[in-house]
Design a protein around this ligand. Structure first.
Ligand code: ATP
Ligand code: MG
Length: 183
């Protein structure tokens, strides 16, 4: 499924509302060290339901909120929205009435995150399952961050299998089975 647009506000170094239009084909992001290239990829991972502060290079999830500089005060809220092309109608039935899906996540300092799909409040789980089924989740092999290439090469066979399952889009089924077994 194609990503059409990514919108960030108050997320890490993107303090002012920033919108990225993602055209079909290959997209490259270039810029000097520290300009926010990795922050963009982390915004993608975050809106897909990432729960590990460590993999966002922070100590706590609140650390994704703009922390302020010498000239700008810190923010209390961060928000990321991702627009997905749904013209092929691959979305889950509950959200399949529109040709574009908007997934958004908002975090308020000391309060935590909430998620929306097309404006409707949903659980983190709903967003994670949506992306797991689309084979592009927060941990999917398709999102390879700095340093991960070596980690994949050195991974234990079971961990590597997990990556392959995510790439194949079947990890959503595994986690649903696990939930069912717990009931
Ligand atoms: P490199 O080329 O070195 O990989 P990069 O373009 O990937 O650089 P990032 O790591 O995305 O750069 O951005 C780092 C910048 O983001 C740093 O200047 C850091 O201070 C800033 N930053 C990270 N988190 C926050 C935050 N919560 N508030 C404000 N700025 C932040
Ligand atoms: Mg980087």
């Amino acid at each position: 499924m194609h990503f059409n647009r990514l919108r960030l506000t108050g997320f890490k170094s993107f303090v002012e509302p920033t919108e990225l239009v993602i055209e079909p084909g290959l997209t490259g992001v270039i810029g000097p060290n520290g300009c926010g290239k990795s922050n963009l990829v982390e915004a993608l991972r975050w809106v897909m339901g990432e729960t590990s502060a460590k993999s966002m290079r922070g100590g706590a999830m609140d650390d994704v909120i703009f922390a302020g500089t010498a000239t700008r005060p810190a923010r209390g809220v961060a928000e990321v929205a991702l627009h997905l092309d749904n013209s092929e109608r691959l979305a889950p039935a509950a959200f399949n009435d529109q040709s574009e899906l908007e997934i958004s996540r908002r975090i308020r300092r000391d309060i935590g995150s909430n998620y929306r799909i097309n404006g409707r409040e949903v659980r983190a789980r709903d967003v994670q399952l949506l992306f797991a089924d689309l084979a592009s989740g927060a941990h999917a092999a398709a999102l390879v961050s700095q340093g991960r290439v070596g980690a994949i090469i050195n991974a234990k066979p079971t961990d590597r299998r997990h990556l392959l399952e995510e790439a194949a889009g079947i990890s959503g089924l595994h986690s649903r089975r696990h939930e069912a077994e717990l009931r």
